[in-house]
Design a binder for this molecule. Structure first.
Ligand code: ATP
Ligand code: MG
Length: 828
């Protein structure tokens, strides 16, 4: 084909090539299974548009599901273009052009649009983004201040989730409640939601839902913005479309169709796989994904059917799992594989959760030794975030490098949250939530009572807490307190809301009901705050172009001013975990994290380029970036600073967070009924299907090795004596009822999925080599595992009444035989 540029040959198969080189102006849909190259095709398409059709990089908008995916895709595109020296030369101008290529998540794209055009709707461009924990704190504050509700009566976290569902029209916002008092609850939540929206506006803050909602609003209300966007982005590409929600579709529609005629003006290119839709519970609209085909009349639809990722046994297992879905949207879809040979996936029984964690890390270590697989290429996945803790502990014990994706370990850390809270407050004087977080951290002698007093007072005056401090400073300006607090003699003129209050002359110092000591502490803090704000006003560069001021410097200065690093020492004393880390280690680790954050800021400063003139502007951009990457919901992979220290690590993540990724080795932990499928979904067929798809997503992440473990009721071994021994060991452990293996796996034929006992398998591995000589580390891990399992067996059988009664009789009826489970939950 003479239309196909040389550089594409050998990179793509025929089907993929057809997609990539389809007419640039045609709307395109690609429906295809996991590992078939959807993301690859999308990436090549961008490069193709730029290289073969002279599309300017800034005319392209690509939307991915996570920030990590966005970054990877961007570097792939740049690599493709640079490697082949396509279209653009290697000079500076082309580098800059490439930098304007926009690849991001829906959230970051919407934030970008709102910053640019939000003012047309009255939205100030310096809004801050509240992440989920910020929102939750604000909700807690509202519940306490305005509704006098204890957090024991209603959980702020649950309220936040419901509010989010209400805002995004997610299905069944109140479904998790069976309470007869549900109406009462609903009424309350709606009232809280109203107050929340008001307070968010006052704080000039948007949450993640708002980013989408407001952006769609903007496009609907302001045709001129729509036109402007359409001039800006001529080509719109969307990965993982099956998990887009209604607002995301609206965004794409509004950004790509003519304001008057509704005709398509920017060709869209969407790829997705209905079988991998796993965010329905949060409002992703699978039906919309299916309908899109009818809504794009002239679109070309493509299917890809060759899986390049996984070996045949893994694909066959995946296929079997997904075929159990009775209401599958594309039941005829059959996957072919590029790789034929491979290891049979295994489901592995572990006697308890500790052993499960040990099995995962020991097996991983074995694969490193035996097959030379790198740690980066291995992942442990689980249904619920809470599971990460145990596995993390095993990694620490065994000295295995790991990183947690989506667990927000980095941005959720105390020291990072504190520092960022300072930064957010610095970026936005109206912030309430972050004010609360930093006002007494490190301690300034301000107890809850005095902080609440200030917050109440500020609330009454319709001022944010920081503005209230400003008011205090003006009221106290001539007094001895101001001098003692070290407030500068000549202050800045008051801001508008404060000036108004001062003019009316109705407030005085005494109204705040704060004593002198508290006043001094507040004013001191306010003085520091003003000092930092002043630093931020500086220009980044001298007229000659050299850097004169950096945000990193301001942050570091700020931490010194408040004595934060010292403070961490005290904190670490109380939180050191004797079993794993000493207080000293914790303190050191915290300081390292602060250092890593400062480095990340420096790195960020290097990349912002001409977008920001002052440090204030740098700060704004940085906060936006952080808010979006630290989103504490599962699908947002945490951006641990991607420095060298983070390479060569085993990845731990939830199944939800594993979307789009691939690893040579995947271990899925916690495959018990009740965990996967989650017990909350058992009665709802739709959610059961989604749980099945979740397992399907996990399974299809694996390239070569797949282990699925469960900690619960063992399977029958077929040997009566052995069954009984197993049963005894299990039955009397800790009194927790044992859960059977996930029903999704129970009926899978053994030709597709081998059944193994962790203990036996580890024993076999232990015997397979002279590990003591070859790898003392693995040797140690293997014997620790076997010792641990033996000990568990010994204690449980000594406590077993079964043994006491002579142990005679038939095998207890607790074993499951595969046959009993066939036919359950849509099984065939
Ligand atoms: P998922 O649905 O899980 O997101 P996907 O359809 O996006 O999967 P990709 O991640 O694009 O699949 O591709 C899976 C793997 O197969 C990647 O490592 C990709 O580079 C590789 N691959 C895809 N197509 C080809 C090809 N034609 N030649 C070589 N490798 C390929
Ligand atoms: Mg993909």
């Amino acid at each position: 084909d003479d239309q196909v540029p040389d550089w594409l040959h050998g990179q793509l198969n025929e089907e993929q090539l057809a997609v990539v080189t389809a007419s640039p102006e045609a709307p395109i849909l690609v429906f295809a299974g996991p590992g078939s190259g959807k993301t690859r095709v999308l990436t090549y398409r961008i490069a193709y548009l730029i290289a073969a059709h002279g599309v300017a990089p800034r005319q392209v908008l690509a939307v991915t599901f996570t920030n990590k995916a966005a970054n990877e895709m961007k570097s792939r595109v740049l690599m493709l273009l640079q490697q082949q020296q396509l279209g653009l030369g290697g000079d500076d101008a082309s580098e800059q052009q490439l930098a304007s290529l926009r690849i991001g998540t829906f959230h970051s794209t919407c934030a970008h649009v709102l910053r640019l055009y939000g003012h047309q709707m009255g939205l100030p461009s310096d809004f801050v983004i509240y992440d989920t924990s910020d929102s939750e704190k604000l909700i807690a504050l509202i519940m306490e201040q305005e509704f006098h509700l204890e957090s024991t009566v209603m959980k702020p976290s649950a309220v936040r989730i419901t509010v989010s569902k209400l805002k995004t029209d997610a299905p069944n916002p109140f479904s998790s409640l069976e309470d007869p008092a549900i109406e009462d609850y609903e009424r309350r939540v709606r009232a809280i939601m109203e107050a929340y929206q008001l307070r968010m506006r006052e704080a000039n803050a948007l949450d993640f839902d708002d980013l989408l909602l407001e952006c769609v609003n903007l496009l609907e209300q302001c045709p001129s913005v729509r036109v402007a966007l359409q001039r800006k982005w001529r080509y719109i590409l969307v990965d993982e479309s099956q998990d887009s929600n209604r607002f995301q579709y609206d965004f794409v529609r509004l950004a790509s169709t003519d304001v008057r005629s509704g005709a398509l003006v920017s060709p869209v290119f969407m790829v997705g796989d209905a079988d991998q839709s796993i965010y329905g519970w949060r409002g992703a609209d699978l039906h919309q994904f299916v309908r899109i085909r009818d809504e794009l009349p002239d679109c070309q639809v493509f299917f890809l059917e060759l899986n390049y990722r996984s070996t045949e046994p893994i694909v066959r297992l995946a296929q079997h799992i997904i075929e159990q879905d009775a209401k599958r949207l594309a039941p005829e879809k059959q996957m072919k594989t590029h790789w034929s040979q491979g290891q049979l996936p295994a489901v592995v029984h572990c006697p308890d959760s500790r052993a499960e964690g040990m099995f995962a890390v020991t097996m991983a270590q074995y694969l490193v030794e035996e097959y030379g697989i790198s740690w980066d290429d291995m992942a442990v996945m689980y249904r619920a975030n809470s599971r990460s803790r145990g596995i993390e502990e095993e990694c620490v014990r065994a000295g295995i490098p790991y990183r947690i994706l989506g667990g927000m370990r980095f941005y959720e850390r105390l020291e990072i949250k504190d520092t960022l809270a300072y930064l957010r407050l610095l970026g936005n004087v109206d912030d309430v939530v972050n004010f609360e977080r930093v006002i007494n951290t490190p301690p300034r002698g301000l107890g809850d009572v005095s902080v609440n007093r200030l917050l109440e007072w500020a609330h009454q005056l319709h001022l944010s807490p920081m503005r209230a401090l400003e008011l205090l400073a003006h009221l106290a300006s001539d007094s001895a307190i101001a001098t003692e607090a070290g407030l500068a003699a000549e202050q800045l003129p008051p801001s508008a809301p404060v000036a108004q209050l001062l003019q009316r002359g109705e407030v005085c110092l005494a109204d705040s009901a704060l004593n002198n000591r508290q006043l001094t502490a507040y004013l001191q803090f306010y003085g520091q705050y003003c000092g930092w704000r002043a630093l931020l006003q500086r220009k980044r560069q001298a007229p000659g172009g050299e850097a004169v001021a950096t945000l990193t410097h301001v942050v570091s200065q700020m931490l010194d001013d408040v004595g934060y690093r010292e403070h961490l020492k005290t904190v670490s004393q109380s939180t050191g975990n004797a079993a794993l880390r000493s207080a000293h280690d914790v303190h050191r680790e915290r300081l390292e994290n602060i250092q890593a954050l400062l480095q990340a800021i420096t790195k960020f400063e290097d990349t912002v380029g001409g977008d920001a003139q002052t440090l204030q502007e740098v700060l704004q951009l940085y906060l936006e970036e952080v808010a979006l990457v630290s989103r504490s919901e599962e699908e947002y992979l945490s951006q641990q600073p991607d420095g060298e220290g983070w390479q060569g690590r085993l990845s731990l993540m939830t199944l939800h967070a594993s979307k789009g990724l691939e690893f040579a080795v995947v271990c899925i932990a916690g495959a018990e009924d009740g965990t996967l499928p989650h017990f909350r979904c058992l009665d709802e067929p739709d959610r059961m299907d989604e749980e099945r798809r979740l397992l399907y997503v996990g399974v299809t992440r694996a390239k070569s090795f797949l282990f699925i473990t469960w900690d619960g009721l063992p399977l029958s071994t077929g040997d009566d004596k052995e069954d009984r021994a197993l049963f005894e060991m299990q039955r009397f452990r800790g009194g927790r009822p044992l859960r059977p293996l996930s029903a999704f796996l129970m009926s899978v034929p053994t030709e597709l999925l081998q059944r193994r006992q962790a203990k036996q398998w580890m024993r076999e591995i232990a015997r397979s080599h002279d590990w003591a000589r070859r790898s003392p580390k693995l040797d140690g891990m293997l014997s620790a595992f076997l010792r641990r399992v033996d000990a568990a067996e010994a204690t449980s059988s000594s406590r077993s009444p079964y043994k006491a009664s002579g142990g005679r009789g038939n095998a207890p009826p607790y074993f499951q035989r595969a046959s009993e489970y066939r036919g359950n939950w849509g099984g065939k």
